[in-house]
Design a protein around this ligand. Sequence first.
Ligand code: IDP
Ligand code: MG
Length: 139
Amino acid sequence: MALEKTLSIIKPNAVAKKNIGAIIHMLEGAGLRVMGMKMGNLTQRDAEQFYAIHKDRAFFKELVSFMTSGTVVILALEGTNAVVKNRDIMGATDPKKAAPNTIRAKFGEGIEANAVHGSDSVENGINEVAFFFAERELC
Ligand code: IDP
Ligand code: MG
């Protein structure tokens, strides 16, 4: 079992609803350690680059617009099997299909405003943490 990095983003809907603390509490409770944290507003360029993998999907423009619509909290997380641990505690993309007691079941408001982002592979965990954090910003 390897020590992995993964990226979480608390999305604008969850920040606006004052769910930052509750979500970090759940991530920490799942065995993840916060090694970097920043709060701010993504630029259109940030969001387009970050979600470039989805650029041909029908929802891409809306997703970029949503992710730039308000403040987000960006978390670099570390832990044994961190990628899977984060995906498990997040729940399914569509909050209606997310298992009970997952972050998306509790705080998701729809398939787009689903409260959190989470890296989907070990490789993307490394790349997504590096997208937002310099090495010296990780503790
Ligand atoms: P994930 O966040 O569970 O990894 P992805 O398929 O990578 O899901 O999609 C990225 C994000 O795009 C989702 O978290 C959600 O905000 C948005 N999204 C995914 N599918 C749809 C859709 O069918 N309609 C609108 N937005 C979507
Ligand atoms: Mg994804």
